[in-house]
Design a protein around this ligand. Structure first.
Ligand code: HEM
Length: 493
């Protein structure tokens, strides 16, 4: 009897193991059939081991170099085949010319309300409707209206820096810029004022932290078994904690209700005001539902928190370790802005600062790669791309390819003079993506970065401190340095 039980147990284990291996490998082999090269892979986990070994940045550059003369190569993200496209003309075809074949992104799992209708993960016609409806809110005129909120938060940042400087403390820029980015999102997208550095326990910051650090077990399931991911949501185990999402939606609801009650609708000029009030009617072709408004407010957290804090901290850090560039940027701020506070209008003239920001995003693009999912089979440049294939564009590797960017590890803002820009293929620089599905927040982001960085440079000189590590080492999983971005700040005379 006991032997029979053992045999049954063994049989079940073998069956499960067989089912697991079959599931993991059933889509392997597609690149071999298509005649596309791949790096050597593990039989079950595909190239997952390479991602663990090299990390998100180096895994791109290692194989980008290995397939130097190829337009494309293949990759198995555990069981999911990924076509990596290196050829810049093909990239243009995918992102722009044949966009209709590549409308969607790879979405490992569906989301519940209130995050369901967000622009980043929506597909097909639902995405088109929301993109068309929300685009006017990011026009130049609307960004100008939002800019006083950025200025107010830049002043809070300066107050916090002053305290650090007066008490002789060194500053870790990623953390400090993270506080500024979060305060700005709270005020632009949720209509509330917070000072996270002073009140780290405030509920908005706490709930935001929860959704930006999702449960590692659910994360692992989504990576290894993407097919199970939609079921997690259905069984009440969403990837992002639902309570936190609901809290954020309730902030939006109460702000909208309070403005209706006080009659202040249409006067506050933040994102919420512009998407809800009559003031935006003119430019809007289709109105957003309340659920769509919730999701777009929340997307500011995913689109504009890590990205802004990364670019802002790397720009300031790289200026601190390149005093000649810092001096030139400060001189420009002094000449073009003088003693005025940086604002929408006057930062338009900061061309050198713009070059410094561009160069920092080139070196460390927060969007490490772009991806699209092919919705209809197509042949591009002699490569057959079947329906369903995920296409990845290795932005970090392209930004560090010496054939486009000589000495790529060197911080050199001169690469972005108008003359030098002319000499390069436009698709060798993709920090905000390209085509109809590019970053909708790009202009707002650049405005926010310029106002905040100019405000800092007007008052402080950043210098390396005892904790500064340069050249920096990038973390294996995120666009940040392993040793922090430490500097000391001195008041300007
Ligand atoms: C320096 C800051 C930022 C960087 C580097 C950045 C980068 C990117 C990149 C690379 C993409 C993918 C583009 C593509 O697939 O072609 C993207 C998409 C997106 N970004 Fe940004 N982003 C930044 C700031 C922001 C901000 C402030 C927002 C605020 C709303 C935002 C909202 C979005 C949204 C909603 C999408 C998805 C657009 C769509 O699918 O239609 N981003 N961003």
């Amino acid at each position: 009897m006991e032997v029979t039980c053992w045999l049954i147990a063994l049989f079940v284990i073998l069956l499960l193991a067989f089912a697991f291996v079959h599931y993991m490998t059933s889509s392997h082999g597609i690149f071999e059939k298509l005649g596309i090269d791949i790096p050597p892979k593990s039989p079950v986990l595909g190239h997952f081991g390479h991602s663990l070994k090299y990390g998100v940045f180096d895994v791109q550059t290692v194989f980008y170099k290995q397939f130097k003369d190829k337009k494309v190569y293949g990759w198995y993200d555990t069981r999911t085949p990924i076509l990596v496209v290196k050829d810049l003309d093909m990239i243009k075809d995918i992102l722009v010319k044949n966009f209709n074949y590549f409308v969607d992104r790879r979405v490992p799992m569906e989301h519940d309300e209130p995050f369901r209708d967000n622009l980043l993960t929506l597909r097909g016609d639902r995405w088109k409707h929301v993109r068309i409806s929300v685009s006017p809110t990011f026009s130049s005129g609307r960004i100008k209206k939002m800019s006083p909120h950025i200025e107010r938060n830049a002043k809070i940042l300066l107050g916090n820096l002053k305290e650090k400087q007066e008490s002789g403390q060194e500053v870790e820029l990623k953390e400090m810029c993270g506080f500024f980015a979060l305060d700005t999102i709270a005020s632009i997208a949720f209509g509330i004022d917070i000072n996270t550095l002073k009140n780290p326990e405030n509920k908005f910051a706490q709930e935001t932290k929860k959704i930006t650090n999702p449960n590692p077990l659910l994360f692992a399931i989504a990576v290894f078994f993407p097919v199970l991911a939609p079921w997690l949501t259905r069984f009440g185990l969403p990837f992002f904690p639902n309570k936190s999402m609901k809290y954020l939606a309730s902030v939006v609801d109460s702000v909208i209700a309070a403005r209706k009650r006080d009659g202040t609708e249409g006067t506050v000029n933040d994102f919420l005001d512009l998407v809800t009030s009559e003031a935006q009617e003119q430019g809007v072709k289709e109105r957003l539902s309340l659920s769509e408004i919730h999701a777009q407010s929340i997307i500011f957290i995913f689109g504009g928190l890590e990205t802004i804090s990364t670019v802002m901290s790397f720009t300031l850090f790289l200026l601190a370790v390149h005093p000649e560039c810092l001096e030139r940027a400060q001189k420009e701020v002094d000449e073009k802005i003088g003693k005025d506070f940086p604002c929408f209008e006057n930062v338009q003239n900061l061309h050198y600062l713009d070059m410094c920001i561009n160069e920092a995003i080139r070196m460390v693009p927060p969007g490490i790669f772009l991806d699209r999912q092919c919705v209809e089979s197509i042949d591009i440049n002699g490569v057959h791309i079947p329906k369903g294939m995920v296409v990845l564009i290795p932005v970090y590797a392209i930004h560090n390819d010496p054939s486009f960017w000589p000495e790529p590890e060197k911080f050199d803002p001169e690469r972005f003079t108008p003359e030098n820009k002319e000499t390069r293929h436009p698709y060798s620089y993709l920090p905000f993506g390209q085509g109809p599905r590019n970053c909708i927040g790009m202009r707002l982001a650049l405005m926010e970065l310029k106002i905040a960085i100019a405000a800092v440079l007007q008052r402080y000189t950043l210098v390396p401190s005892s904790k500064t590590v340069y050249p920096f080492h990038l973390s294996k999983i995120q666009a940040r340095t392993t040793d922090g971005a430490w500097v000391k700040i001195n008041p300007r005379k």
